[in-house]
Design a protein around this ligand. Structure first.
Ligand code: NI
Length: 136
């Protein structure tokens, strides 16, 4: 069941919010507010010991000395979190490794924080998502 509540905002903040709504093509403010609230609570789940899912993307040059070994070793250290890993040979030098993870938010973050700063990783990020189950 949907419930209504009213919100008071400064003009300047409302302008920023309305621009956000336009950019994201929300049909109304309520949809956008719902997404912001969900986003905030999903973030909270990620900081807790709740089970979450995520994707770690790594782009790297496989010629970088021992990088591939380090990426593999770390994944074995955290094998209990890893659902699957897909490796794409992008071109002669570059590889994309997509690691799908599931586990406690803090542990998943720990693995990503060890992989992404490795020397030779050209781009790396962790996308966090959740069913929001824990919020209900
Ligand atoms: Ni490759």
């Amino acid at each position: 069941m949907l419930k209504r509540f009213s919100v008071s905002l400064e003009d300047s903040l409302l302008d920023i919010f309305d621009k956000h709504i336009e950019e994201r093509r929300y049909s109304n403010r309520s949809e956008a507010v719902r997404d912001l609230i969900r986003g905030a609570f999903i973030q909270k789940e990620w900081e807790s010991d709740k089970i979450v899912v995520g994707v770690i993307n790594l782009v790297y040059d496989h010629h970088q000395h021992k990088l591939q070994d380090k990426v593999t070793l770390l994944q074995h250290d955290y094998h209990h979190l890893i659902v699957c890993t897909t490796h794409v040979h992008m071109d002669h030098h570059n590889c994309l490794e997509v690691i799908i993870v599931k586990g406690k938010g803090a542990e998943v973050r720990e693995l990503a924080d060890k992989l992404i700063p490795l020397r030779g990783i050209r781009d790396g990020n962790l996308t966090m998502t959740s069913t929001g189950e824990a919020l209900r």
